[in-house]
Design a protein around this ligand. Structure first.
Ligand code: SF4
Length: 275
């Protein structure tokens, strides 16, 4: 399984060349687009994939599992999985939202949550080469926050990539961005990854060569090689999202789009479209 991940997901050869002014062109296109949709509004907007929410069992499990994988990737040597999950729960004690949920659990419920995170960690270890042993070859970065301001800071776009792998090479796109998922494939996953590719390009000036959503339970993934048109598409979506958020901020009613994301929505109880 680890060999398959290397051969089919991480082996990108020499990567790909990209136009030197790619980042500047994308930024200018977004700035121009946003100027048109803000319509003079001066209300600051933050666009992020993650809405504010209170933890449920599913989201807390996912958070603990991701933190455990982050600890595992950061460790310079092999650490027992139990200890990794323990360290992850200690680190998350400083996260207000997670601590609120965790403190409300009894000992058995905490052990169940930890066991599910342990399973995800084992699935990760079964799928990816041991990061501590191949640190130089994989050049891993986990939980990478990316942020880009536009319109003099009026619009901020944020995202967080679970895992960035492959060494960077001057003048070539070689990095692979990976989102780790405990659940099943959803239609929004590819768009999320395109947004991360755009934010990464804007932040570093270099596009990733590939993005992928990796499903821990099956070891399968959804992969997309990042082209210039992938990034232009993501830039168009940022402009559309800024326009939509701006109209909402000015009092327009929201266009409700129900779907699996409703499960984590904080207004689900009073939303007429919730599923
Ligand atoms: S449709 Fe309603 S419940 Fe579903 S995500 Fe949108 S606002 Fe939330």
């Amino acid at each position: 399984m680890q060999r398959r991940t290397i051969d089919q997901l991480l082996d990108v050869g020499d990567g790909r060349a990209f136009p030197p002014d790619l980042e500047r062109g994308l930024r200018e296109a977004i700035e121009q687009g946003i100027e048109g949709v803000l319509d003079g509004s001066t209300q600051p907007l933050v666009l992020s994939k993650e809405p504010p929410f209170e933890h449920s069992a599913a989201s807390a499990t996912g958070t603990l599992a991701h933190r455990a994988i982050e600890v595992d990737v950061a460790a310079g040597h092999a650490v027992e999985p139990d200890r990794v999950v323990e360290l992850a729960s200690e680190r998350l004690g400083r996260d207000r939202r997670f601590a609120l949920y965790w403190d409300g659990l009894d000992q058995v419920e905490r052990a169940e949550l930890a066991m599910q995170a342990l399973r995800s960690l084992e699935q990760f270890r079964a799928s990816f080469p041991p990061v501590h042993a191949f640190r130089r070859a994989l050049a891993p970065v986990s939980e990478l926050w990316l942020e880009s301001p536009f319109a003099n800071g009026l619009v901020t776009v944020r995202g967080r990539v679970d895992l960035v792998l492959n060494p960077a090479r001057t003048g070539r796109a070689t990095r692979v961005l990976i989102d780790l998922k405990g659940g099943r494939a959803r239609s929004e996953h590819p768009e999320d990854m395109r947004l991360y590719a755009l934010l990464y390009t804007l932040r570093t000036g270099v596009p990733p060569v590939r993005v992928a959503t990796f499903f821990l339970s099956s070891g399968e993934w959804m992969l997309e090689d990042v082209s210039d048109s992938t990034l232009e598409h993501a830039a168009d979506r940022v402009v559309a999202a800024a326009g939509s958020a701006s109209r909402r901020a000015r009092g327009d009613p929201p266009r409700l789009v129900p779907g699996p994301h409703c499960a984590r929505c904080p207004v689900r109880d009073r939303c007429p479209a919730a599923v």
